[in-house]
Design a protein around this ligand. Structure first.
Ligand code: SF4
Length: 332
């Protein structure tokens, strides 16, 4: 098992909101990321999954301090990211890059691909102009585009090609870690597999480590080594991919996986339909945040908040069904 490249401890991102009523107001917080801890090993692809609004993208951006976290510790390659000055952080970002979901809005429409790819190299003072031209030609080859594409503008490309440009830009500084934030969600299904295969090839070639943020569990199953499932700003389960997909423990993970289409028509999987809406992160339920929708809810779930604990080797779950002394006989 390789050593960790990234260690995240008790990461929080709270957004203050003011509630106003007749004669007064109070300050509350939207807890977009609420006490999240995990580690990512060198060379692995670590998936962060969950429904829209669960906090997975905010987590990804907080790791790079593109969004300033409220609290927590992020250690990348042995260095505490949270303690870095703005200049130190700028230099560190060379090793930690991001690929955004929407390749169109993440590329400057006024610039040619050549300029888009050269910009990070200039900002980080990499090479002479001639060296940079050489690097850019190599990059564009690596992501499967041609030299002639360098002089075109983002709007002249398809969605898949634009995402290849976004990947080339992320690769330009030879990072150790790439956070891929829903990198294929905006693409046609036929193009998704090309981009996913490209990411896998690049990982092998350059020894990259990925955090792959997604809501499409089929893609996650294909590309990830380990997966963390998020619900209302918290991680509810972490496991090796095969363990998670074959024997999910948390009732939320079980419901999510039951909705994944089975390629084999002979396998009859029972779909778990969750009742109710995802509660607002500004007003998360007390106790287990999932208790308002959980098919296995017990009385204690309404008051006690489960912590993420190791239930089997490498498998962590935040559910009172797996606590050391399960409260028996109080199912409601
Ligand atoms: Fe369901 Fe209770 Fe487990 Fe939460 S702690 S997931 S409500 S069984």
């Amino acid at each position: 098992m390789s050593e960790p490249l990234l260690e995240v401890e008790h990461l929080k991102k709270y957004y203050p909101i003011e509630k106003v009523w007749l004669g007064g107001s109070s300050k509350q917080f939207v807890k977009a990321v609420d006490d999240v801890s995990f580690s990512v090993r060198k060379g692995e692809t670590f998936g962060l999954v969950g429904e829209s609004g669960c906090g997975k993208s905010t987590t990804g951006r907080s790791l790079l301090r593109l969004i300033e976290p409220t609290e927590g510790r992020v250690v990348f390659d042995g260095q505490d990211i949270m303690s870095l000055s703005p200049e130190e952080l700028r230099r560190k970002r060379k090793d930690m890059q991001i690929v955004f979901q929407d390749p169109f809005s993440s590329l400057d429409p006024r610039h040619t691909v050549q300029r888009i790819l050269e910009e990070p190299l200039i900002v980080h003072g990499v090479g002479s102009r001639k060296d940079r031209q050489q690097m850019i030609r190599q990059l564009i080859d690596v992501v499967g585009l041609s030299q002639s594409h360098l002089h075109r503008y983002p709007h002249q490309f398809s969605g898949g090609q634009r995402q290849r440009i976004g990947i080339a830009r992320a690769l330009s500084l030879k990072p150790k870690l790439i956070i891929a934030d829903e990198p294929v969600s905006a693409l046609d299904v036929s193009i998704q597999s090309q981009v996913v295969n490209l990411l896998q090839d690049l990982q092998e070639e350059f020894g990259l480590t990925y955090i792959f943020i997604a809501h499409d569990l089929s893609v996650v199953k294909h590309i990830c080594d380990r997966v963390a499932v998020m619900y209302l700003g918290r991680i509810v389960e972490i496991a090796e991919k095969n363990k998670l997909f074959s024997s999910p423990q948390h009732p939320y993970t079980q419901a999510l996986l039951s909705a994944v289409p089975q390629p084999d028509p002979d396998i009859k999987a029972e779909r778990i339909i969750l009742q109710g809406e995802v509660p607002s992160p500004a007003n998360a339920p007390i106790g287990c945040a999932f208790h308002t929708r959980c098919p296995k809810v017990m009385d204690i779930c309404r008051t006690n908040r489960p912590e993420l604990v190791e239930t089997e080797d490498g498998h962590q779950t935040a559910c009172l069904l797996y606590s050391k002394e399960p409260p028996a006989g109080n199912a409601v």
